[in-house]
Design a protein around this ligand. Structure first.
Ligand code: EAX
Length: 341
């Protein structure tokens, strides 16, 4: 066998060997576990709102940080506006490997790992600092681990804000005004139970269909945080905003476990660092917008009411008890201890 053939044979064998130990984790992720520096990945990140929403702005920072610090080896493709599906479909997509990452309300993940819903208990937190301290606690880390059996890993916590009620036909100035409202909610058992306790009739419905559903009169009310009401232009379909702050809406930023596991420790550090920076930017924006967007919503034509929340807290004080069997005495005791005023 002449010299050139041997070289050719040697080269093709090396090529074959080098390509065959690259592990294909999905269509667009090639990893070389023994040479992590060569991991190349294009990761899809989907969510239900637009890019003006704080989760859109924070996800751009996440993308920039990951791409910059991985020297472009790891790319993030952002898919807003429910392009890859509704909140529920996106979470399912991460579970069955069709979507790499998503960020959505903790209550939406509670459809699978029920304990994720604890942070949504009515009137649990008096302000953002209170809520963030809880979300950064070991109890929440423990609860987040219950998502692992569904193949989901939590990287950090975005914030959606404190949920408030909006209505089409009449203002909500008291608990009595909640009676008979046909209100849209996310598929979040705790928010639904809270609305029922206030006398309304909750029905879960996909967020990216919500504006049309309100316009068509399928619902005469909905509840979302102030930044969402403004950034997703829900004020175009709702005349009244009642600042109820009835439920804090934490939003885990998650990744598929099987994808996460193939990254080297150094790549994991790059992604976690970016997720933390994005979390901090998201939290800052949500707090600022919650404080400054009420005026904008008024300018946009909404009538704002600030009902006495004491009555709302009394009316919903039984909601946590409804979930005793779901969460168990031990977790609820830890929750009460962690959030005691
Ligand atoms: O932020 O479905 C909902 O109402 C959620 O708040 C959604 O993620 C939009």
């Amino acid at each position: 066998m002449n010299k050139s053939k041997i070289i050719l044979f040697g080269l093709s064998f090396a090529l074959l060997f080098s390509s065959c130990n690259k592990k294909k984790v999905s269509e667009n992720v090639e990893v070389k576990p023994e040479e992590p520096a060569e991991t190349n990945a294009t990761i899809t990140l989907g969510f239900s709102t637009n890019m003006d929403d704080p989760r859109g702005v924070a996800s751009v920072l996440f993308k920039e940080e990951v791409e910059k610090n991985s020297g472009g080896r790891i790319k993030i493709n952002i898919h807003p506006n429910g392009e890859l599906g509704s909140d529920g479909e996106l979470i399912e997509g991460v579970i069955n490997g069709k979507v790499d990452m998503t960020v959505s309300s903790a209550g939406n993940f509670a459809v699978y790992a029920t304990k994720l819903g604890i942070s949504a208990m009515p009137f649990l937190f008096s302000d953002f600092n209170d809520a963030w301290a809880f979300m950064d606690s070991d109890l929440v880390k423990e609860v987040n681990n219950t998502l692992e059996e569904f193949g989901i890993v939590v990287l950090s916590h975005y914030d959606n804000g404190f949920r408030c009620v909006t209505t089409t036909n009449r203002p909500v100035k008291s608990v009595a005004d909640m009676k008979g409202l046909n209100i849209r909610t996310p598929p979040n058992q705790i928010v639904m139970e809270t609305m029922s306790a206030l006398g309304a009739t909750p029905k879960p419905y996909a967020f990216n269909e919500l504006k049309k559903a309100l316009r068509d009169g399928l619902f005469d009310s909905q509840e979302n945080p102030i930044p969402v009401i403004y950034n997703s232009k829900l004020f175009e379909e709702q005349k009244y905003l009642s600042i109820t702050n009835h439920s804090y809406d934490a939003m885990p930023l998650v990744i598929r476990k099987d994808l996460w596991q193939v990254f080297s420790d150094s790549d994991k550090a790059i992604i976690l660092d970016a997720a933390k920076k994005a979390q901090d930017l998201n939290r800052k924006l949500v707090k600022e917008q919650t404080e400054s967007y009420v005026a904008k919503l008024k300018e946009a034509g909404m009538t704002i009411t600030n009902p006495d929340l004491k009555a709302f807290k009394n009316a919903t004080s039984g909601v946590m008890g409804v979930f005793t069997n779901v969460y168990g005495e031990e977790l609820l005791a830890k929750l009460k201890a962690a959030t005691a005023k």
